[in-house]
Design a protein around this ligand. Structure first.
Ligand SMILES: [Zn+2]
Length: 462
């Protein structure tokens, strides 16, 4: 522990200038956030002309019924236009909020609100909670019309929206209540640890965050998801037997096998698994079951089990812990730094003793460029995991010595094509756009990958 703290204090000494120098942090955040938004707009502009292509890639041509490719191009075009507009709109909003001291205003508004009910500025944690929810609520209001437009105009036009206005409103209220019910105690505990551990907060906060994530792994499927969707056990069927056998042969600790009514909100489809290491649950979208044959759904599940086999979720979690650790290790330099708060328009008396939550929020904004790089790297890692899981499905026949699985690669390919065609997913993708945004390889890349895994496998055998 002491070794860790010595190392951390070396980092702090390097960053000591933050607490003393008058750097124009606001200008810095404005410049970088605009740079990120403009880069994302540039990517959309690169991608846009591809929606005017009149033919699908040759490998996919035979899978599109007449008219379906045109539909997917029109859907892609509408989504891209919407993304360009909403990206710029949100950035303008953030930029204005930043420029005119919205954060400083929210902090003092939270203070006056609490003063009315008799709590003074010594109640920092209470004020922080009110502050965060004021920010969250006020900044989500102007973007609400965007969500409405995306759901009831864009998705509706292309036949994906299954949401009624009533369901939309109840979902929204549920998610607000839920973020308060979970967010307030989380924030209180988070801030309490800072107070209690002082400058040695890093390992304690790490332990707390890991604990919280583990609790969510249990709470999300059992308490939270049922608020929005219905999970029902997958009825006895060919599909159920296939998946149970597959899980049994791989020693996957399958506890429950569910079908989820994803079609209640949207006709996009998928499958996933979750749970603690000794008790896992597989969830399949009703839409996937309707549109693919049981042996194809089995191949999708085989791909998912590939993620489990190669410990992908655990690896992702380890990477995200490292990410959180880096953020926390850099943070103390910003924790006691009046000039940072001053440059975001906070009054002298607040800046003199920065409230932890304010310092943390501003620090997060300062990290924008770093976070953009991290997200590109995470997408690259995730794409690599997708390759591994696809290869796993192809090689299952050897792993399990089961020749009935020899066509797993083809079945997965069929299922992926069906998913893509039904979801009207984009088939022509700009490489830079894909590298930045996509957590999955494109369909054409995956089909080519599945083929080459199969070829390599056969060569190995010979
Ligand atoms: Zn996957």
């Amino acid at each position: 522990m002491d070794f860790l703290h010595t190392q951390l204090s070396v980092v702090q000494r390097q960053l000591a200038f933050v607490a003393t120098d008058n750097i124009d942090w606001k200008l810095y955040v404005q410049s970088f956030s605009w740079a990120v938004t403009l880069f994302e707009s540039y990517l959309l502009i690169r991608q846009y002309p591809l929606y005017s292509k009149t033919k699908p890639p040759p490998a996919l041509a035979s899978h599109f019924e007449p008219g379906v490719f045109e539909k997917s191009q029109a859907y892609g075009k509408d989504k891209a236009k919407f993304a360009l507009f909403s990206g710029l709109f949100k950035q303008c909003l953030d930029s204005l909020m930043l420029q005119y001291g919205f954060y400083a205003w929210s902090w003092s508004a939270a203070g006056s609100l609490l003063a009315k009910v008799g709590y003074g500025p010594e109640h920092e944690i209470k004020q922080s909670i009110v502050f965060v929810f004021t920010l969250f609520f006020l900044s989500s209001l102007p973007t609400l019309p965007l969500t409405v437009y995306s759901t009831f105009v864009v998705e509706q036009k292309h036949g994906f929206n299954k949401m009624t206005p009533g369901l939309f409103v109840t979902d929204l209220i549920k998610s607000w209540v839920l973020s308060f019910a979970l967010g307030a105690p989380f924030l209180a505990a988070f801030l309490y640890i800072f107070k209690w551990a002082g400058d040695r907060f890093v390992p304690w906060l790490m332990a707390f965050m890991i604990g919280f994530q583990l609790i969510m792994v249990v709470l999300y499927p059992t308490v939270i998801q049922p608020l929005f969707n219905k999970l029902s056990p997958l009825p006895e069927s060919d599909l159920r037997t296939r998946i149970e056998n597959l899980a049994g042969n791989l020693k996957f600790p399958l506890k429950h096998l569910y079908e989820i009514d994803g079609s209640k909100r949207s006709s996009h489809s998928n499958a996933y698994f979750f749970g603690l290491p000794w008790s896992k649950h597989i969830v399949i979208f009703d839409t996937l079951i309707q549109q693919s044959k049981p042996e194809e759904v089995e191949a999708v599940v085989a791909h998912e089990l590939g993620h489990w086999y190669y410990l992908h979720p655990t690896k992702m979690m380890a990477i995200s812990q490292l990410h959180i650790f880096t953020i926390l290790a850099l943070f103390p330099a910003f924790l006691h730094a009046p000039p940072v708060l001053r440059s975001f328009d906070f009054p002298k008396e607040v800046a003199a003793q920065p409230p932890t939550i304010v310092a943390f929020l501003l620090f997060q904004m300062i990290l924008t460029p770093l976070e953009a790089v991290v997200s590109i790297a995470m997408n690259a890692v995730s794409r690599h995991f997708e390759w591994e899981a696809d290869r796993f499905a192809v090689e299952l026949q050897d792993k399990l010595g089961d020749s009935a699985m020899a066509d797993m690669g083809d079945r997965l390919g069929q299922a992926l094509i069906a998913l893509h065609v039904k979801n009207l997913s984009t088939v022509w993708v700009d490489w830079l756009y894909s590298a930045y945004h996509h957590s999955h390889p494109t369909l054409t890349e995956r089909l080519r990958g599945l083929e080459s895994f199969q070829e390599k496998r056969q060569k190995k055998k010979e």
